[in-house]
Design a protein around this ligand. Structure first.
Ligand code: MG
Length: 244
């Protein structure tokens, strides 16, 4: 972690300089869910691939990691346009997304992401509130949060698919997350694993930690606006210890 501690100081200095802040004044830590709190992305990707196979759409499982954060309808539109050269109909979008959730529900439940519980514990020890900021409306995981992360994400500190008009990469989800705990601008740390999620957090003014927990090319999260890019939630716990 020595190399990392140098990185984090540089990253923080760059963040403060860019936003003309003198010192960090973090008031909250905002967590994405899929690929951060749960190792659920491989299952989502597999479910999408099954939908494609069934619908005669050519696709590779890995590509779905890059689409994370898009709405189901927009992912389906992208796939249909690519395969059939026309936009997806509303009926098609509804039907294929329903199949996707069915395939996902059939799979064994996703494990907790290694290091995520320790990361959430570091935040709790610091006294700052943790906030959930997910584009998901997937009930199965949302219901498990209280069991796997007791006390960390009460209902009033959750931003889900139902709370925002514009999903990631729009900054709205992370801005709503800050507002939930009355945190000011530039007073939050955002943790996200997807390029679109990182972009959302960064545009909302958060110090953004990009965690490469899936097959995303190195540097892709920095390109999307991350202040620092790391490879695991274990590293994230260590970094938050330094930051908070
Ligand atoms: Mg995610």
């Amino acid at each position: 972690m020595n190399g990392c501690s140098i990185n984090i100081e540089d990253a923080l200095r760059a963040y403060l300089g860019r936003n003309m802040l003198e010192r960090p004044a973090f008031e909250a830590v905002l967590f994405d869910m899929d690929g951060v709190l749960y190792d659920s992305m491989p299952r989502h990707a597999k479910a999408w691939k099954s939908v494609c196979d069934e619908a005669g759409i050519e696709a590779v499982t890995e590509e779905f990691f890059a689409y994370e954060g898009r709405t189901g309808a927009s992912t389906i539109d992208l796939l249909v346009r690519r395969q059939f050269g026309r936009p997806a109909t509303e009926e098609e979008a509804r039907r294929l997304y329903k199949r996707k959730t069915e395939f996902f529900a059939e799979m064994p439940s996703a494990p907790v992401m290694p290091g995520a519980q320790r990361t959430v514990a570091v935040v709790a020890e610091s006294g700052l509130p943790s906030v959930l900021v997910t584009g998901s409306g997937q009930g199965t995981l949302l219901e498990r949060l209280d069991t796997d992360y007791p006390g960390a994400f009460p209902m009033w500190r959750r931003v889900t698919a139902y709370d925002v008009r514009h999903g990631k990469p729009d900054p709205e989800p992370y801005l709503v997350g800050l507002a939930k705990v009355g945190a000011g601008p530039f007073a939050g740390i955002g943790i996200d694993n997807a390029p679109l999620g990182v972009e959302s957090s960064s545009r909302a003014g958060l110090f953004t930690i990009g965690v490469r927990t899936g097959p995303i090319p190195a540097g892709a999260l920095m390109e999307a606006g991350a202040d620092i890019e790391i490879n695991s939630m274990e590293d994230c716990a260590d970094i938050l210890k330094m930051l908070l």
